[in-house]
Design a protein around this ligand. Structure first.
Ligand SMILES: Nc1ncnc2c1ncn2[C@@H]1O[C@H](COP(=O)(O)OP(=O)(O)OP(=O)(O)O)[C@@H](O)[C@H]1O
Ligand code: SF4
Ligand SMILES: [Mg+2]
Length: 322
């Protein structure tokens, strides 16, 4: 049996507007295996969150999946009704967002929220579900669980709240977790703890994780594989150690140069001049060509694409850009 949990094929997400159709995700293909963490990285507006939201079935209209397919452990999920997708999100895919209060209801005690979610997905009695909730709270590192279980979300710090969200995301034992910037809103000092916790718990359970972040440092420490996005397209996909040590796409090379911890002190900080194009002004050919020092005529004409590991770059794929 295949251990591929998430299989995204040629996904396109469009936003129809009065001035035309904007393509926020353009021909993205990805897989994530059981127990694997795929990091999604790229600068603001690259399409990371839209890819995650499409998988979760949470695109806000008029945004829509315009092409491609999404399979979860072999089941196609991109054509389900809202109601069916709600069920998939509860049982089979967990979501963790930047703001823990997106997932927690401020009006209910955290224990009750965990118990409700556990009972929705298991046959446990209320008392048994409460024991499971306590065990999960301990597992995510909440101290004094006996007292804390009856607290409300606002009685916890941001980091503790995000730990509870992780418990909530895990309590239905989902196959996949989509975590979109789960630590961005937290103190820098606790960001690493939370990512390490997420990594450990998902590894233990064999949960597949899509970890969206703009921070290549987080990816380097946490993920097994990485997908670099640029202007809605995949720029590079590969094993983290390969992409970090030997980036092949000129954009990834620039991204690596911008992480202080990944540079040797002797090297200058490499900033990529220019900005990512707006969705209504993506140049023909390679979307990176106006910023690329290696751009040749082919780069301005033909879109380089990948549907597996590699770099979507004519130079990397063909060794030439002319
Ligand atoms: N309602 C909308 N209408 C039109 N375009 C939109 C809409 N929502 C998002 N977009 C566009 O979709 C593109 C992708 O956005 P997305 O949120 O996926 O970026 P991101 O990579 O997650 O960035 P960030 O790091 O800032 O979170 C952006 O260019 C954004 O402007
Ligand atoms: S395809 Fe051409 S423009 Fe694009 S990154 Fe490669 S060399 Fe640069
Ligand atoms: Mg985002």
């Amino acid at each position: 049996m295949s251990d591929i949990v998430l299989d995204v094929r040629n996904l396109r997400v469009d936003f129809p507007t009065r001035r035309g159709i904007l393509t926020a995700v353009d021909d993205v293909s990805l897989t994530i295996r059981k127990g694997e963490i795929l990091g999604m990285v790229g600068e603001s507006g690259a399409g990371k969150s839209m890819t995650g939201m499409a998988i979760l079935g949470l695109l806000e209209p008029p945004g829509r999946i315009a092409a491609g397919s999404i399979h979860l452990s072999g089941d196609r999920i991109d054509q389900l009704s809202d109601r069916e997708m709600q069920d998939v999100r509860g049982r089979r895919i967990g979501a963790i967002f930047q703001d823990p209060l997106t997932s927690l209801n401020p009006l209910f005690r955290v224990g009750d929220q965990l118990v409700e979610t556990i009972r929705l997905h298991t046959d446990l009695t209320r008392a048994q579900a409460r024991e499971r909730a306590k065990a999960l709270m301990r597992e995510v590192g909440i101290p004094a669980v006996e007292e804390r279980i009856d607290n409300y979300p606002h009685q916890f710090s941001g980091g503790m709240r995000q730990r509870i969200v992780i418990a909530l995301a895990l309590c239905a034992e989902p196959e996949l977790i989509v975590a979109d910037e789960p630590t961005t809103a937290l103190d820098v000092s606790i960001q690493a703890q939370i990512t390490a916790l997420l990594k450990r718990l998902c590894r233990e359970r064999g949960t597949a994780v899509m970890l969206v972040t703009h921070d290549m440092g987080v990816i380097a420490e946490t993920a097994d594989r990485v997908a670099v996005m640029y202007a809605g397209r995949l720029a590079e996909v590969g094993r983290v150690e390969d992409v970090v040590q030997r980036p092949r796409h000129p954009y990834t090379v620039g991204l690596m140069g911008s992480i202080p911890s990944l540079r040797s002190d002797a090297e200058e900080l490499q900033m990529i001049p220019g900005a990512m194009p707006r969705l209504d002004a993506i140049p023909p050919g390679c979307a990176f060509n106006p910023r690329c020092a290696h751009a040749g005529p082919k780069c301005r004409q033909d879109v380089p694409r990948i549907d597996g590991p590699g770099a979507a770059c004519w130079l990397a794929m063909e060794g030439a850009t002319a």
